[in-house]
Design a protein around this ligand. Structure first.
Ligand SMILES: Cc1cc2nc3c(=O)[nH]c(=O)nc-3n(C[C@H](O)[C@H](O)[C@H](O)COP(=O)(O)OP(=O)(O)OC[C@H]3O[C@@H](n4cnc5c(N)ncnc54)[C@H](O)[C@@H]3O)c2cc1C
Ligand code: SF4
Length: 474
């Protein structure tokens, strides 16, 4: 373990950030990492628990106490080896993961958790700097071909694992660049795109083929893809945004978050976009309080919005865990992202009833306050509009960040008879195989809208099942 009683000696420290006024002038990442010495002290805080709750809280089961100890002992190469044995892409999770491991850390019971996410990021960046991260071509090819549809974290993790096993993997991506939401959804200030490019280059060097601008179901039918490959893995994400079907929705200036965020990422890549959505000088309202909403706020602030209001239907969460939400559960507490800190007004328990406009352009949102209570019989939260609590706010630009309902499966299901689950996701068995023999699925397309770390976990587990299936059916 790190240092006995290290958690009593050292206080938790995390990375710093550039000042708001400085970071709003650019689109790049703005975290200032901790120096190595401070990181080693943070590693020393780990108690090497007999039952490491951090590890069970981590979707990819990272062996966290081991690498905390390696960092404490200044053995960065060993730390990298242990970390990369469970996580293909720590450089992504180290930047954008909400760190459920830190929620579950034993210290978080009555102290500040170990700085796990920051240590993870430093291990992988140190490994790249010192050339520990290498592209590895398998010594022998199995002769089996795998087509992965979609190049988000699930498709990438699956491709990486199967390539290591010697299978010949081609990743098909409908966009012009690989990476899925890592490239086109998550803004640069959370995840610089050179980070994604660096990993894709390594994967190409290790023999994985990427075919971009290829929409499966449109450019190549799923039937044809299956005929041409031994295995197909569908990792197309959960792309259907949740809509807000209320009066005035068709007014100009109301956009889905995913019409806005990819545009800015493309502009940052130097692409020309004609008449892009622009928040400069505008009163912006973002409906939805999750990651996507927060990213719309950060992007609008960098574009120079005049004001930003963030509306959330749910009540304001408590600052500390409530009694019915004990450690090591995911803490349902108010979270303030760096984008929120950069400037916005947050309104909770608000329902949007309609939009109003002038000359077909949105000008106002009509809102009402709601209250929530638990239904005694079902235990579910129920919403009630508070009488006479109507109010309005001005807006020139509205972003709908209400989450994602399901994947786009029309082009697949019209071709091959894939079964969907009740939520419209692709149905698989416990081995990630769909109802069609030899076609698998992983990531948000299978489990619904989720997190990067879950997508990596799904891709890894699907690859394991595929390898077993291929070996058994040889
Ligand atoms: C704006 C935003 C911010 C987010 N921020 C965070 C965050 O901070 N932390 C976090 O952990 N998670 C975050 N998430 C969630 C996270 O990005 C996703 O859970 C994760 O990317 C899902 O990975 P995936 O591989 O399943 O799908 P995706 O990343 O969605 O990738 C799917 C890929 O498949 C491609 N595709 C789809 N259909 C086809 C087809 N027919 N043919 C070819 N290609 C196809 C798509 O173009 C896409 O590139 C965020 C999501 C959004 C939208
Ligand atoms: S739960 Fe926290 S203190 Fe215990 S091993 Fe994991 S990181 Fe270390």
């Amino acid at each position: 373990m790190g240092e006995v009683k290290g958690f009593l000696k050292f206080k938790r420290e995390v990375s710093g950030y550039q000042k708001t006024e400085d970071r709003l002038k650019h689109w790049d990442e703005f975290a200032i990492p901790l120096e190595d010495e401070k990181l080693r002290n943070q590693g020393a805080r780990c108690m090497d628990c007999g039952v490491p709750f951090c590890q069970s809280g981590c979707p990819v089961s990272n062996i966290i106490p081991d690498w905390n100890d390696f960092v404490y002992r200044n053995n960065w190469e060993a730390a990298y080896k242990r970390l990369s044995s469970t996580n293909n892409f720590p450089e992504f999770t180290g930047r954008v993961c909400p760190a459920p491991c830190e929620n579950s850390c034993t210290l978080a019971f009555n102290e500040d958790a170990v700085t796990i996410k920051q240590i993870e990021l430093s291990i992988i960046e140190n490994a790249f700097k010192n050339d520990f991260v290498k592209s590895v071509k398998p010594k022998k090819r199995s002769g089996k071909t795998v087509a992965v549809v979609g190049s988000g974290p699930a498709g990438l993790a699956c491709a990486d694992e199967l390539n290591k096993k010697g299978h010949s993997v081609t990743v098909f991506e409908k966009n012009e660049l690989p990476g899925g939401l890592l490239t086109f959804g998550i803004p640069n200030f959370k995840l610089d795109k050179w980070v994604v490019k660096r990993r894709i280059s390594l994967m190409e060097e290790s023999g994985i083929v990427f075919k971009t601008n290829t929409n499966i179901g449109v450019d190549i039918t799923l039937t044809k893809l299956k005929e041409d490959s031994d295995i197909v893995v569908l990792c197309g994400g959960a792309e259907k945004s949740r809509e807000l079907d209320i009066p005035g929705r068709n007014l100009e200036g109301i956009h889905l978050a995913m019409e806005f965020l990819p545009q800015q990422n493309r502009i940052n890549m130097g692409q020309k976009i004609s008449d892009p959505i622009n928040a400069t000088g505008k009163n912006v309202v973002v409906i939805g309080g999750g990651d996507t909403g927060s990213d719309c706020i950060g992007t609008s602030n960098r574009q120079g919005a005049k004001s930003i209001v963030n509306l959330e239907l749910m009540p304001k969460p408590p600052v500390k865990r409530a009694g019915d939400n004990p450690w090591p559960q995911w803490a349902r507490i108010e979270r303030t992202s760096t984008s929120h800190e950069e400037g916005c007004k947050r309104e909770y328990s608000v329902l949007t009833k309609s939009f109003e406009g002038v000359n077909n352009k949105v000008k106002k949102l009509n809102l009402i306050k709601v209250e929530w209570s638990k239904d005694r019989s079902s235990g579910r939260m129920q919403m009630r509009e508070i009488p006479n609590s109507e109010f309005s706010i001005e807006a020139d630009l509205v972003f709908l960040a209400l989450g994602f309902v399901s994947p786009n499966t029309k082009n697949f299901t019209s071709d091959i008879n894939l079964t969907l689950d009740q939520r419209g996701n692709i149905k698989t068995d416990e081995n990630y195989m769909t109802t069609v023999d030899g076609i698998f699925s992983a990531g948000d397309m299978r489990r619904g809208q989720s997190l990067v770390v879950w997508a990596i976990d799904e891709g890894r587990k699907a690859a394991k099942s595929i390898h077993q299936y291929v070996s058994e059916n040889d």
